[in-house]
Design a protein around this ligand. Structure first.
Ligand SMILES: Cc1ncc(COP(=O)(O)O)c(C=O)c1O
Length: 442
């Protein structure tokens, strides 16, 4: 072993010992005193070690860990191409922008074209539609699954519709196979915002693999993390190449970092009004960005990826425990469910306080937060009620009645792998305390 590699092993052994020292200081959970988070980073020594390992490489930009992560997660999901980007929001921007490329000819999305989506979700699912000058068309969602029905989507299709772009909210897949068929029949693009649903399946197949494009987020609240990060997924080579271009400054060249002349025509092509043979490396075919990750982020992702199957199981087990414990309050709460063919890798446990109940969201959230149990609203509720969206060009098909109920009556609590059984017992005890003391409605 060289001195350098021996020293690297020494450093990594120290990092493992550092992590173990932290673990030894951990104490048992104290209900009401210790926080019960809704989400968070779950890791062991491996993440610290891969992070330090990559820092010792000092490659800094996307490198060996990025390649390992992209290949590993693509293989897990069974998708042809997985491109890392620096956030889930960037992934949505790249995925949508890809469909505006002139390279797609008549199928490209142009300003004024319509894209079907929902208003009850996360803003950056919708923002790329607006930023690209397309018009979001909002449909309502169902309470319980927080996904729209196929009928609602079908009713929103008009002569200007070019795509459907929406999220598997809280990990619950919408009816993907049927929706993809509907999109194909109407020549629409389908983009799955899979940021909250890594590991969810529909009809036995992973979400994120049905659409023409799909996205992921690796922010700490998500199923696996690298701090900040995301990915764009596709099974279509042409879309993959365009997505890479938007991510990498808009350039036409698709050589990997450090490589030259992958296309074999570096100095022999004609582009725009450039002189013939202008170096392909510096030809720009899209109005692009730089949204790449660093290898340190990917290194953390590699260690997280090895834990993904366990994380999915933990989320499903925690959700099932909460579902069983909350079932006795179904007269006051709309419980979290999924369509029949869905097998969710849940992001959280979503609760809607029934509008005719004597309890309010504020009562429940207040009691939970006082007991140190974190709660979160279902992101923005009705997006159209927020200041930034007051003057956007849009269409609503049907009503957004349920979306408005979500704005006032819905919240979620965690199911992430960092929850222990005593924490879940504590959560259920607080629900029982608030709801069992209520007088029946007269
Ligand atoms: C459905 C959905 N899409 C996109 C995002 C954005 O991801 P990021 O925070 O990595 O930008 C989030 C964030 O939580 C999300 O929930």
């Amino acid at each position: 072993m060289t001195t350098k590699s021996a020293l690297r092993q020494d450093v990594l052994a120290k990092v493992r010992a550092f992590h173990a020292a932290g673990q030894a200081e951990r104490t048992a959970f104290r209900p009401g005193q210790d926080p019960v988070h809704y989400a968070g980073r779950v890791h062991d020594a491996d993440e610290l070690m891969t992070l330090v390992d990559s820092s010792l490489d000092f490659w800094l930009t996307a490198g060996r860990f990025t390649e390992e992560f992209e290949t590993g997660l693509a293989d897990f999901l069974g998708i042809e191409t997985l491109l890392t980007v620096n956030s889930g929001s960037s992934a949505n921007l790249v995925a949508f922008s890809t469909l505006t490329s002139p390279k797609l000819g008549e199928r490209r999305i142009r300003p004024g074209d319509e894209v079907i989506t929902v208003a009850a979700g996360f803003p950056t699912t919708v923002n790329p539609i607006i930023q690209n000058g397309a018009v979001p068309v909002f449909v309502d969602v169902q309470l319980g699954t927080y996904t729209p029905t196929l009928d609602a989507i079908q009713a929103a299709i008009g002569p200007k519709t070019k795509a459907v772009m929406m999220a598997h909210t809280m990990g619950v897949p919408f009816e993907l196979r049927e929706l993809r068929d509907l999109c194909d029949r109407h020549h629409l693009w389908l983009i799955e915002d899979n940021c909250d649903a890594l590991g969810s399946r529909y009809d036995g197949q992973y979400t994120g693999t049905f659409g023409h494009l799909a996205t992921l987020s690796f922010y700490p609240a998500h199923h696996i993390t690298m701090g900040e990060g995301g990915a764009v997924l596709t099974n279509f080579d042409e879309l993959a190449r365009i997505a890479r271009s938007f991510r990498d400054w808009g350039r036409d060249c698709y050589c990997s970092g450090g490589e030259n002349n992958t296309c074999g025509k570096r100095f022999s092509q004609q582009f725009g009004t450039l002189p013939h043979g202008y170096d392909h490396k510096y030809v720009y075919s899209h109005i692009g960005y730089n949204l790449k990750i660093t290898d340190m982020q990917a290194a953390v992702g590699c260690a997280q990826l090895r834990k993904l199957p366990r994380f999915i199981d933990d989320r499903q087990r925690n959700h099932a425990r909460l579902a069983a414990g909350l079932a006795r309050h179904a007269d006051k709460l709309i419980l979290h469910t999924a369509p029949p063919k869905a097998d969710p890798s849940w992001f959280g446990y979503v609760i809607t306080v029934r509008p005719d109940s004597t309890v309010t969201r504020a009562d429940l959230v207040g009691a939970l937060e006082a007991a140190r149990i974190e709660t979160r609203n279902l992101f923005c509720g009705n997006l159209l009620r927020h200041p930034a969206y007051q003057n956007i060009s849009h269409r609503v098909v049907g009503t957004l009645d349920n979306t408005d109920i979500i704005t006032t009556n819905t919240f979620f609590i965690g199911v992430y792998p960092g929850l222990s059984d005593p924490m879940i017992d504590h959560i259920l005890a607080v629900f029982d305390g608030v709801l069992q003391s209520l007088k029946p409605k007269t």
